[in-house]
Design a protein around this ligand. Structure first.
Ligand code: GLY
Length: 463
């Protein structure tokens, strides 16, 4: 955890922004895999971590905006727990480490909340995303289980999104610690991308590397020779010459900040001329988008810039036709680039996605498009210093989508379907970095991970 002062400042700022009432943060519980004592890897709720720092199950935190105090609810380990899990520091000692003086048994929480409601205070909480949190909130606040999410506090969501969206230097350092591991993960995968190797062998070595550093995965690894499937978690294929290996993976630092990097490597380590042509289009879209990032520009405009570069590149190759700008306005490029340019990241790889993407990425200042492709953009707001975003354009040949659009006669003025047909077996390419918006522009976080054709081929050859 960080120093106590960090958590005190965060809670005080939240108190100021929300103004009144009790702000309730239920921590996460252990989640059983197949029986109670055989649990999945424990992951604390990110907002609980952000304000209360304690990384263990069955806790809840309250920020009292009226009285200016904070309380952690939880139970000390009993002798049975200590026998199985070892000595545990008392909750009051752990509370002091995050600047909280008042700790009390979890069984007291319903009474404390009841009393606050009787006094006419509002209880603010975030939309719950785990079933056990829904059950706890329903129990503590006497709510209908089906209606708990509807009672989430918009005031809290807006305040928390504003606060957590802007990263401090100590948070950036955490993201960069995770990125140091990403560097090792990606260069290892590039070197292992040889014909005959299974995707699972590379995934296993990469994930082992993350665990060996004392870190964990930020999200399930996407490592596939079928990169046209955007979030392909299947790792059972054997690598074959002629395929491209998309590796979209990330680590989470010991304080739980994420890295999220994608690189695409040709199996065998050498790009074919056809692969080079498409790769250069994606690389130009990615570097051009990063270059455009600075305070004041909207991420929607940066996304559209990348989309125009992709449409322009495909037009130069004869795969698209007509005016690239018009093609992007109409959404024709989205057959090849059907997702958004990137997302905010931090304690969550898609930071704060649990509180609602529109609050985090759009707010009052931007309207979400309903156009296929652009509608998938997770963050459209104007950039501010302290934002950390992924920049991850991709170019994919998705046979089912190609067939659907062709049969519907969609965008025949912008897409040369005969030419596209030659790429049905191409797969996909995605290139992703994590970028901090600074006062004057931007900084690509972490040590540079090979990204140009020459650097990827050089790294792959070092095996
Ligand atoms: N890198 C995985 C994701 O953004 O969902």
């Amino acid at each position: 955890m960080f120093e106590a002062e960090t958590y005190i400042k965060r809670r005080n700022r939240l108190r100021e922004m929300v103004g009144s009432g009790l702000i309730l943060f239920p921590g996460n519980e252990e989640t059983p895999m197949n029986y109670r004592d055989n649990a999945y890897h424990f992951r604390q709720d990110s907002s609980f971590l952000y304000y209360f720092g304690l990384d263990s199950p069955s806790l809840a935190g309250v920020v009292d905006a009226d009285e200016g105090k904070d309380i952690i609810f939880g139970d000390d380990a009993d002798m049975d727990d200590i026998i199985w899990m070892g000595h545990q520091a008392l909750l009051k000692v752990r509370g002091k480490r995050v600047g909280v003086e008042e700790t009390t048994p979890l069984s007291r929480i319903a009474d404390v909340l009841d009393q606050a409601v009787k006094e006419g205070k509002k209880i603010h909480f975030l939309p719950p995303y785990r079933p056990e949190t829904i059950l706890k909130l329903a129990d503590w606040l006497h709510l209908d289980i089906q209606k708990v999410a509807l009672k989430a506090s918009a005031d809290l969501i807006i305040a928390l999104a504003a606060q957590r969206s802007l990263k401090t230097d100590e948070e950036i350092q955490e993201i960069e610690k995770a990125l140091d591991v990403s560097y090792e993960m990606h260069t290892l995968a590039m070197k292992m991308a040889k014909p005959g190797v299974y995707e699972s062998e590379i995934t296993g070595r990469m994930e082992g590397l993350v665990l060996s550093r004392g870190f964990f995965l930020a999200f399930p690894t996407i490592l596939t020779i079928n990169g046209q499937i955007l979030h392909n978690h299947y790792h059972g294929n054997v690598l074959k010459e002629g395929r491209l290996l998309v590796n979209d993976s990330g680590a989470e630092s010991d304080r739980h900040y994420a890295s999220d990097i994608t690189r695409t490597t040709p199996v065998g380590g050498k790009f074919s001329s056809r692969q080079k042509e498409i790769y250069e289009v994606v690389l130009k879209a990615q570097t051009g988008a990063i270059d455009a990032m600075r305070p004041g520009i909207s991420f929607r405009d940066v996304h559209l810039l990348a989309a125009r570069t992709i449409a322009g590149g495909l037009t130069d190759l004869g795969i698209m036709k007509g005016d690239p700008e018009e093609a992007v306005d109409k959404g024709a490029h989205a057959m090849f680039f059907p997702h958004g340019l990137g997302h905010l990241m931090g304690l969550d790889v898609h930071d704060m996605e649990n509180i609602g993407e529109n609050y985090v990425g759009y707010g009052d200042e931007a309207q979400r498009s309903s156009q296929f492709g652009l509608s998938a953009l997770r963050f459209a707001k104007k950039l501010e210093p302290g934002h950390v975003l992924t920049v991850e354009p991709g170019l994919y040949f998705i046979p089912d989508l190609i067939d659907l659009w062709k049969n519907e006669g969609k965008f025949t003025n912008f897409i040369d379907y005969d030419k596209v047909n030659n790429y049905r077996d191409f797969g996909g390419i995605r290139i992703e970095d994590d970028v901090l918006v600074t006062e004057n522009g931007h900084r690509i976080l972490g040590k540079p991970i090979p990204k140009t054709i020459a650097d990827i081929e050089k790294t792959a050859a070092e095996a």
